[in-house]
Ligand binder design. Sequence first.
Ligand SMILES: NC(=O)c1ccc[n+]([C@@H]2O[C@H](COP(=O)([O-])OP(=O)(O)OC[C@H]3O[C@@H](n4cnc5c(N)ncnc54)[C@H](O)[C@@H]3O)[C@@H](O)[C@H]2O)c1
Length: 256
Amino acid sequence: MRLVGKIAIVTGGGSGIGGAIAVGLAAEGATVAIAEISPAAGEETVAAIRSAGGNAWCSVFDATNQAAVNAFVEDVHHRSGQIDILVNTVGGIVKRGTILECDEQSWDETFNRNVKSTFYACRAVLPHMLARKYGSIVTMGSAAGLASRRRLSAYTAAKGAIISLTRQMAVDFGLEGVRVNCIASGPVLTKRSREKYDKDPALHKRRANEQLLGRTGEPKDVAGMVVFLASDESSWITGHVFPVDGGSTAGQGADR
Ligand SMILES: NC(=O)c1ccc[n+]([C@@H]2O[C@H](COP(=O)([O-])OP(=O)(O)OC[C@H]3O[C@@H](n4cnc5c(N)ncnc54)[C@H](O)[C@@H]3O)[C@@H](O)[C@H]2O)c1
């Protein structure tokens, strides 16, 4: 087990990619504090971790609220005495469209959900990591933040900002023992995306065909890379963006 004795925070850790990351970190021995807006999702993941013999708890709040994020991080530190790992997964697409179709409200909401939630959590956790000169932060970009897709302007811009912020934090805090890396995920089958693909199987087939490996991802495909980046196995790796995307940003999938 690679994370015994570590304390990890996962925002959005109740379901989807964040849920698999919380389960993956706990399976390696970390105690996981989940930040969730959905009590049901949070409790489901906590129950899954505990029934597998792991340690986790969930706090319910909105990760785009800075005061709530600060209070949560202080509570985690008060309970545990340390914070070793932060994984920010809160984010997602608010509205599709070109920049001409993107109104100010959806632009702001996209940036709040993706970038500000990352900014708030990192800002709250960093002082605790710097005090111990130890920590690993993993942010959630997207393959779409590396290779833009049609009509996704606010989202790709927000994920681009997360990638830049990741590199900036790695530059600023590397000498103080804190590593910061980013995951650029391709399309992953979560409960939400499954519902979308169930309504439009042709879209799912197109997405799968875009991947060099011919399939969309599973949340655990992303969790494996996050566990590696959270652990000391990656202790000489910082400031990088890791595509976990079935190869889609490496080249075009074959026609099938
Ligand atoms: N699913 C994909 O195909 C995919 C692809 C690339 C990148 N990503 C990125 O991965 C991250 C996770 O995506 P997902 O598809 O697993 O999401 P999801 O919607 O399946 O799960 C997100 C979880 O976060 C919680 N959450 C949402 N808003 C919150 C808030 N304000 N505060 C606290 N908790 C909140 C939800 O309740 C849910 O449990 C996002 O940043 C997304 O942009 C996803």
